[in-house]
Write a protein of this length. Structure first.
Length: 88
């Protein structure tokens, strides 16, 4: 969902660097995957096509923080309910 964001903090030999990957358009999401010593963060369209990908060595990743879109929680928790109509 637009607004999904992932922060990746990486050890760069004596200091740290922070990278942010964000879903930039409506209908896109950010997926995180890991395996074989790599961490991969990908922005993906609704159809599953990767738009852009960032890869990091897992041994260098200090922190990986996922920030869901702010209105995603509100949409899931509060679903509008149609009022009941009674016939007279």
């Amino acid at each position: 969902m637009k607004g999904d964001r992932v922060e990746v903090v990486v050890d760069s030999g004596g200091s740290t660097r922070t990278y942010e990957i964000e879903a930039t358009r409506a209908g896109r999401r950010v997926d995180v995957g890991h395996g074989r010593g790599m961490v991969e963060v990908t922005e993906v369209t609704r159809g599953g096509t990767p738009v852009r990908t960032a890869r990091f060595l897992a041994a260098r990743v200090i922190a990986l923080v996922e920030h869901p879109a702010a209105d995603a929680a509100a949409d899931d928790d509060e679903r509008p309910v149609a009022p009941l109509r009674r016939s007279a």
